[in-house]
Ligand binder design. Structure first.
Ligand code: ADP
Length: 255
């Protein structure tokens, strides 16, 4: 099987000599179709830099990022727009919904930008809304929704174009533990049932315990990798906490 994402020896240096920061110092990993991969690390370890490089928001200083075998740096304007808009779906800590659009309009926004036929868009909307339990907020504005509902609307928007991969940046960061758990259950269901490939950066060990594999980064390098085997989620969670303790950070919420 071909990886969806192939990252080789990625480096990112901010600033100029003598005030340089090496935020990524040779990161190599792959994401296979259907994976749910977590990236963890303490503050300043390079997580956002890595995600921003993958999202093509910033350019790496060295190494390569390939999506389905195509190097990101070789994509021209149109192919890059397609990559950012269609191949990748985004979930952010603060949801990033448009306040003046309803839930439904927010979710359908990418479909009009990318000319998905209306009938197909509606079909996908209904299916996602039902699964994510947001049918009753589709006509509401974000201000009228709870944080959990907003994040589930954002998840529907991220999924509506059937992206190859979802990039999630601290998706539970602004949620209380009950809503965080609910959002993670939904994301993990999308991964299991719809084969959605998810790459999630998180500080939250609870959220990370839903992943199948976790890469821990420290000072811009991969410091450790955990794979969830047959163990239960609480056992996996404890293994995550142990690594986070070694890194000197992370949440200690109890499941
Ligand atoms: P994390 O997301 O894990 O907190 P970041 O990727 O934000 O880590 O940062 C990694 C390192 O790069 C840190 O030392 C940070 O101070 C530095 N850094 C991040 N963004 C910039 C920038 N735009 N200019 C200079 N240094 C930066």
């Amino acid at each position: 099987m071909e990886p969806i994402l192939n990252i080789e020896n990625l480096t990112k240096i901010y600033g100029n000599i003598p005030n340089q920061t090496k935020a990524l110092n040779g990161i190599t990993f792959q994401v296979m179709p259907g994976e749910f991969l977590g990236i963890m690390g303490s503050s300043g370890s390079g997580k956002s830099t890595l995600l921003n490089c993958i999202a093509a928001v910033i350019q790496p200083s060295g190494g390569s990022i390939a999506i389905e075998g195509k190097n990101l740096s070789s994509l021209n304007g149109k192919a890059m727009a397609e990559y950012r808009g269609k191949k990748v779906g985004y979930l952010f800590q603060n949801f990033e919904l448009l306040d003046n659009l309803t839930g439904c309009e927010n979710i359908l926004l990418p479909t009009s930008l990318h000319n998905l036929p209306e009938k197909e868009s509606r079909l996908r909307l209904n299916r996602l809304a039902e699964y994510l339990e947001i049918v009753d907020v589709l006509d509401k504005f974000p201000m009228q929704m709870s944080g959990g509902q907003r994040q589930r609307v954002a998840a529907a928007r991220a999924m509506i174009l059937h992206p190859k991969m979802i990039l999630a940046d601290e998706p539970t960061g602004a949620l209380d533990s009950k809503n965080a758990k609910n959002v993670m259950e939904k994301l993990s269901g999308l991964n299991r049932n719809e084969q959605a490939t998810i790459l999630m950066v998180t500080h939250d060990s609870n959220a990370a315990s839903f992943c199948k594999r976790i890469l821990f980064i420290q000072d811009g390098v991969i410091f450790h990798e955990l794979r969830r085997g047959d163990e239960t989620q609480p056992v996996f969670y404890k293994r995550i906490l142990k690594v986070m303790a070694q890194l000197g950070g992370g949440s200690c919420n109890v499941l």
